[in-house]
Design a protein around this ligand. Structure first.
Ligand code: G4P
Length: 527
């Protein structure tokens, strides 16, 4: 049992939300409560200072989105918390899905005015696929939002998960008085403050306590008693097991902007959220307390300085201890590698670190060795599974418009797609390159970076492709199909054949005509 105490300390999670629900504000308040930053606004202003350091990041700033998935680590009450931030913009959804492979649980932020939104549903689908335990934070209670009972129902129906209120709001909007804490019968009265770091909770002795009447007006006190009786009757006590098995989502109400309801959320989170969990590989399940190190790369980030082409690979430690300057095996390349300057991402800076434990995220300088999904181990040959690659939704052909810079373009597109910014499919015939993304934005980012980082000029021409389907079957069947559909066959970055179906109808016809071949619209990077 190696490193048990280190593992028991760690909580690695992501905050997910539809854009504008309050993810950035909540993250910032976590850091504030964790004593990592002193001023509200620091997380956002950090985004802007970064943006001014490079032209590429300027695109982000102008569009008001965070393309980068960053990592923030901080200690809180004896625990070591790793928050993996996810881009809210839907064009970068795949980036978010990959980040979710590196966490053990999630906090989902909902705007009480808007309820469950489009991205909320999509993100929850991915969480369900991965069986991630979910805690929900209903934000912006200082605004006139939906009725909380209606919200509970909406969450249950749209997110397909049982809910369990841990706190309960007393009114909302201008009339918001605070929340009742179900677990320890106390009242947290609302007070608007952007900087406070503790909640002043009033202990009460159950619903009959006359303190309630002295703190609330008659109508609010009566409504609170009625609501709580109803909730107690329906929900009872939270089953930790149901939460950990992703069957029930505990719900908190608050206002991130007003630092309200954060402490009870954080305190419950560190108590019930899972510590680093076991992960599946191509060979076996790897337990975090195994003595030998292993981990995988879930994100590659371009260096913010366009003069240096090196990148940072984000590695999630899955077992054992990662050590600086120690030799590890890069499984795909079957190569020994050691890292002189691995990074630990603290709340607002990154620092060279000496060791890291399961649940931690390490930043590795990369000169082109890593692809998303790569595994590092202490000798054993396996690859971590479950890093999804979905069929893109928009396809364009890459056209070189400066023949003198073909090499640069080739290198650039290979490296940028290694980062996971887009998928690349190359046809044997004529070496035609099709780039697939989930949103238009990536094409602009690609074009910009190819020109500014690699000096290569290109154009993207739309192609009517409905889906990229990975194909599988017996060798002869595959050969026949690929010969027959030669013009629609390309290879992904792992040299796996892909059928580029022009329409849903054509795909269905192919499935009917070739029953011995399986067509997949999503695949895993690891084999
Ligand atoms: P995101 O990362 O999920 O996209 O959301 P973000 O935290 O940036 O919040 C989106 C907007 O909602 C911000 O306003 C933020 O101040 C506001 N907000 C967050 N929490 C609360 C809350 O509890 N109550 C209220 N009333 N508003 C909240 P903005 O005007 O877009 O940005 P800013 O100018 O305030 O920075």
């Amino acid at each position: 049992m190696a490193y048990e105490s280190e593992i028991a300390k760690r909580k690695t999670f992501a905050i997910i939300a539809h854009p504008d629900a309050g993810k950035t504000t909540l993250t910032e308040k976590f850091l504030l409560f964790g004593g990592q930053i002193q001023t509200a606004g620091a997380v956002k202003s950090n985004k802007i200072t970064k943006a001014t350091t490079s032209d590429f990041m300027e695109i982000e700033k102008q569009r008001g989105i965070s393309v980068a998935t960053s990592v923030m680590t901080f200690p809180y009450k004896e625990k070591w918390i790793n928050i993996l931030d996810t881009p809210g913009h839907k064009d970068f959804a795949e980036d978010t899905y990959r980040t979710l492979t590196a966490v053990d649980s999630v906090i989902l932020v909902i705007d009480c005015v808007k309820g469950v939104e489009e991205q909320t549903e999509k993100l929850m689908e991915v969480c369900r696929m991965r069986n991630h335990p979910v805690i929900v934070f209903v934000n912006k209670m200082d605004r006139d939002g939906k009725d909380p009972f209606d919200l509970l129902e909406e969450l249950e129906i749209k997110l397909n998960i049982a809910v369990h209120p841990m706190t309960w709001p007393i009114n909302g909007g201008r009339d918001f008085k605070g929340v009742y804490l179900m677990s320890n019968h106390s009242l947290n009265l609302f007070e608007s403050s952007k900087t406070k770091v503790t909640d002043d909770v009033v202990k009460i002795k159950g619903l009959e306590d006359p303190k309630i009447d002295s703190l609330l007006n008659k109508k609010d006190a009566a409504k609170l008693r009625e609501d709580i009786e109803l909730i107690d009757g329906v929900y009872g006590k939270l089953s930790d097991e149901d939460y950990l098995n992703a069957k029930t989502a505990p719900i908190f109400f608050g206002s991130a902007l007003n630092s309200f309801g954060i402490q009870e959320l954080l305190d419950t989170f560190i108590e019930i959220a899972p510590n680093p969990l076991a992960r599946a590989t191509t060979k076996r399940n790897v337990e975090p307390n195994e003595p030998k190190f292993s981990g995988f790369v879930f994100k590659i980030h371009a260096n913010l300085d366009p003069k240096h082409r090196d990148r940072i690979a984000f590695l999630r430690v899955c077992s054992g201890k990662f050590e600086r300057n120690k030799n590890f095996t890069h499984v795909r390349l079957n190569k020994q590698m050691k890292f002189a300057n691995p990074y630990l991402f603290l709340a607002q800076s990154k620092e060279v670190m000496n060791d890291a434990y399961p649940g931690d995220v390490v930043g590795l300088y990369d000169t082109g060795n890593f692809k998303i999904g790569d595994t590092l181990s202490e000798g054993e040959h396996f690859m971590f599974k479950g890093i999804p690659s979905f069929s893109p939704e928009i396809f364009k052909e890459l056209i070189n418009i400066d023949p003198m810079k073909s090499k640069q373009l080739e290198k650039g597109i290979q490296q940028l797609t290694d980062e996971g910014l887009a998928s690349l499919f190359v046809q044997e015939l004529g070496n035609r390159k099709f780039v697939g993304t989930v949103g238009e934005l990536q094409f602009e980012v690609l074009q910009y970076r190819l020109e500014h980082e690699y000096g290569a000029k290109c154009r993207f021409e739309s192609r009517s492709i409905y889906k990229a389907c990975w194909i599988e079957g017996l060798e002869q069947n595959l050969k026949d199909f690929m010969k027959y559909r030669q013009n629609n066959i390309a290879y992904d970055k792992d040299e796996r054949p892909v059928f580029l179906a022009e329409t849903g109808f054509i795909l269905r016809m192919a499935e009917e005509k070739y029953p011995d071949i399986s067509f997949y619209t999503s695949n895993e990077f690891s084999v």
